[in-house]
Design a protein around this ligand. Sequence first.
Ligand SMILES: Cc1cc2nc3c(=O)[nH]c(=O)nc-3n(C[C@H](O)[C@H](O)[C@H](O)COP(=O)(O)OP(=O)(O)OC[C@H]3O[C@@H](n4cnc5c(N)ncnc54)[C@H](O)[C@@H]3O)c2cc1C
Length: 389
Amino acid sequence: MDGTIPSAADLEPILETVRKLCAGFPGEYWRERDRERTYPTAFVQALTEAGLLGVLIPETYGGSGLGLTAACAILEEIHASGCNAAAVHAQMYTMGTVLRHGSEAQKSQWLPKIASGEIRLQAFGVTEPTAGTDTTSISTTAIRQGDKYVVNGQKVWISRAEHSDLMVLLARTTPKDEAAKKTDGISVFLLDMREAVGKGLTIKPIRTMFNHATTELFFDNLEIPASCLIGEEGKGFRYILDGMNAERILIASECIGDGRWFVGKATAYAKERVVFGRPIGQNQGIQFPIARAYAEVRAAKLMTREAAARYERGEPAGEEANMAKMLASEASWHAADMCIQTHGGFGFAEEYDIERKFRETRLYQVAPISTNLILAYVAEHVLGLPRSY
Ligand SMILES: Cc1cc2nc3c(=O)[nH]c(=O)nc-3n(C[C@H](O)[C@H](O)[C@H](O)COP(=O)(O)OP(=O)(O)OC[C@H]3O[C@@H](n4cnc5c(N)ncnc54)[C@H](O)[C@@H]3O)c2cc1C
C-alpha cells in the first residue's frame, strides 16, 4: 500500500474474505468454546493463514502493510459475523510498539515469523494487581545485570499468555521515587515466553464470565537477554501510550461489529416473531430501541473512522481514540441489552448466541481502559478541567 487510507470500496474484497472465513465458524463453534472455556485455535489458524493478522506488518517484513483502517474493518467484520476476535486482536495492537520503537534486528528477527504465523505475538503484560489503572505505579522490576535483565513481580489479566510465544512486557527499570518523573523509569521488553515458562515465569489461568483466555503471571528472578529491551531503557511508558491509541481504536471496531450483529439479530427477530396476531416489530416499543441502537452504532463508527484516519496520518489521535472506544463500547452494550429485550425469554437461551455475545461485549467498558478513565482524559486533556486524581 502507498500509505493512502483505504475507502470502504477498497476494503470490500478483504471484507468478503473475512465474511467467508467467519461463515466456517458458526454459533455452534463459539458455544462449544464458551462452554468448555477453550481457545479458538482453529479460528486463529484460519485468520493467520488468510494473512488477516499481518495487516499492520509492513510488506518488507512479510505482512500486507494495509494499516489501521483496514485492521479496524477486519475486526469489525469478524464481530459483525458473530465471531470474536479477542483471541487475536493483541497481535494487531501490540505491533505498533515493536514497529515504531523496535530495533532493525528485533523487527527482522520477529516480524516475518509473526506474519507467517510461525510465531504468535498475542500477550501484552501491563496490568498489575496493586497498581490497577495507575500504570506508573507498577512494581514489577527488571534489573540490568551485565547482558541480561532479571525480572521480578506479578501481573494480572494478561490475556492469551498460554497461546502466545512472545509477550510485550512493561516493567520498572528505575524505582518510581528515584525517577525524575513518574512516567520515567518504565521499560518495554519483547520477551520470548517459550524460554521463560518454568524458568522464573509461571502462568495461572483465570476463569472469567465469558471465554477469554486470561491469566495471572508470576516472575521470580526470571533472566531475559538484554536484547529484549525495546527502544531506550526508561522510555517505555511513552512507547506503550502510543500503542494504546491503536488498541482503543481497534477495540472500538470490535464493539461496532458486535453492535451491528445485535441490531441485525433483533431486527430479523422483530419481523418474524408474531405475538397478539402481529409481528412484535410493528410495536414502537420494540422498533424504537432497535432504531436507537442502530443510530448509536453508526455514530460510534464515525468517531472510530475519524480516530483511525488521524492515527494513520500521524496526527494526534488521543481524544478521538478514547472517545471512539467509549462511544462504541456503550453503543454495543446498549444494543446487546436491546437484543435480549427484543427476544424476550429466547434472549437467554444459549442456542441464540445472544447471551454469550452480551457477556463478551460487556468487557469493553472496563478493558483495555475503563469508561471513567476516558471521561477523566477528556475532562482534563481536552476540556482543560483540573486533574481529578
Ligand atoms: C478479561 C480481561 C482481559 C484483560 N486483558 C488484559 C491484557 O491482556 N493485558 C493487560 O495488561 N491488562 C488486561 N486487562 C486489564 C484491564 O486493562 C484492567 O482491568 C482495566 O484497565 C481496569 O483496571 P483494574 O481492573 O485494575 O481496575 P481499577 O484500576 O482497580 O479500577 C476499578 C474501577 O474504579 C474506577 N476508577 C479507578 N480510578 C478512578 C479515578 N481516578 N476516577 C474515577 N474512577 C476510577 C475504574 O474506572 C474502574 O471502574 C484485562 C482485563 C480483563 C477483565
